[in-house]
Write a protein that binds this ligand. Sequence first.
Ligand SMILES: Cc1cc2nc3c(=O)[nH]c(=O)nc-3n(C[C@H](O)[C@H](O)[C@H](O)COP(=O)(O)OP(=O)(O)OC[C@H]3O[C@@H](n4cnc5c(N)ncnc54)[C@H](O)[C@@H]3O)c2cc1C
Length: 604
Amino acid sequence: MTVRPTQSMQATARAVRQSVRTPRAGRAAPLRQSAASISAAAAASTSKTLAGRACSAMMRRPLAAGSRTFATTPARRAEPPPPRRPDFKKLDAADVAHLRSLLGSPDSSLVTTIPAPNGEWQACAQDDLVSYNSDWMDKYHGHSPVLVKPKSTQEVSKVLQYCYQKRIAVVPQGGNTGLVGGGVPLYDELILSTEGLNQIRDFDDVSDRSKGILTADAGAILESLSNFLHPKGYMMPLDLGAKGSCHIGGNISTNAGGLRLLRYGSLHGTVLGIEAVLPDEKGTVLSINMPGGGGAGALRKDNTGYDLKQLFIGAEGTLGVVTGVSILTPRLPSAYNVAVLSVPDFKSVQTVFKETRTHLGEILSAFEFFDHEGLEMVLEHTGAQSPFESQPEEGAEKPFYVLIETSGSNKDHDDEKLGGLLESLLENGTISDGTLAQDETQVQSLWSLRESLPEAAGKLGRVYKYDLSMPVKDMYSLVEEARERFAEKGLDKDGSIKTTVGYGHIGDGNLHINIVAKDWDPKVEKTIEPWIYEATAKRNGSISAEHGLGLMKAPYVGYSKTEPAIAVMQQIRRLFDPRGILSPAKYLPQASELPFQSEEERVQ
Ligand SMILES: Cc1cc2nc3c(=O)[nH]c(=O)nc-3n(C[C@H](O)[C@H](O)[C@H](O)COP(=O)(O)OP(=O)(O)OC[C@H]3O[C@@H](n4cnc5c(N)ncnc54)[C@H](O)[C@@H]3O)c2cc1C
């Protein structure tokens, strides 16, 4: 890749600083023509060809001695999920009639393929439930005949109480954007959707000095909550590509991370209260630090007993159905900057990250990376032009890209800091090309390079998705190892695997590896799993950084958790869900292993 010789680096760094505009005030302009090009400055500092820079030694470095031994619980190879539990009741017309009687507006709140013997309701076609029975990736498919959409916590309680009594298996579902098969039925479980629970209950902008406190139903869509908060000068503490569909209850249940975790922290820190309904004989409503729920309400400080709400964050619908949440909402920053930079190798991604932390400190709100294969895939999918003027030469090492976002309250201060960072990176030749957004349209365009990755992969083929947590230095060697493995097995040559891309949240040590295959193919899956989990464990990583366990990773949790930890989790699950009706066969290795309540216990 050759960088172009132009004006002096100092002058360009100054120009970069001057060209930064408050995105919201800026005029939309074609990205390529009007975005400030940083590459010019890089050219001034060095006009040498960067392609010759070898892939860093760091990327290929052997793993640290003394790596943790993994698979404390014997991990299973890819195998079919456990069979349907025979003791679960098969839903029939009597169940539908009863469930309808529990719901306030049964025609809009219950959809079923089961015909009414007396014409009491109209059965729908199988197709009408397909989108609730299939996941976002079209990988997991159930065949539930009943979807309920309660409109209040009390209705959820009645439904779960009934399901407990009748031993009806239930899968809670939010926006159905989950990526591990957790939110769709495996067999014929009743689907309990939170779509009907979509009200904002309260917004308190007085009690906390620096943040607001939002209380909402679990089915509120993340983006709609953001839209509610923005005019008030606040924002949601999390943001993810699926924001237009995912529910806040789904976010809580998966402990979603997303693009701003680096700045605002995890939901374990920002969630103040949770309301959840338990799958027990009473359909108990558990209100933990929720305003108006009895007991303490949405307090920042409450040291009375176990912090039960934490158990629901990331429980993936195995302990109860989350129906409400109270969450801290930070102030909406008034100044944003977004830059996308091109760097020659993954070692440089790490260098830029270190320098970025040093220079930007508290105004850094996102630091993402993606590889060249990812960029090509997105450009192909969206039809957008590359924001970079230089392209890798044939046979040269492929560059990497980092997206840096700053957000703060003082534009001049933020511009000064970002300018200082760019100047330093240009001076030491770490970056080779780049683009700085000048207005809101360009902010969106640059973000879409990163946010369109999952969708672009989905359009290209069937995507085997892995979201892994590991030390940053070891991240990309795993992507390279995967490519080598697929090449050895001939899976790239025979077209079974179309491409393998790596991207993720560098700031959180979170790698997303998307392996795009021609089809769902057991041969491909066996090549990937459990190898990828072993490779992650060897790097002292976790097999799920954010998507969770669901159906996909339930058998493999032993790669990241010890046997005693899994045993305690199973006990907790049984305590909350004595009959094991919630999301059976998911989350933990179970079915035969998890001791559910016996028939005798049930009768008592
Ligand atoms: C394009 C795209 C980008 C994504 N980016 C990210 C990202 O950056 N970070 C990230 O963490 N995830 C990401 N995801 C994954 C997904 O969006 C998140 O996991 C999200 O939090 C799921 O919310 P949902 O409402 O769609 O939940 P669903 O998919 O409906 O359900 C997910 C799980 O939670 C359970 N559940 C849902 N609602 C409830 C409830 N009210 N009570 C109890 N259990 C419940 C379900 O049973 C299931 O196990 C992305 C997905 C897509 C498609």
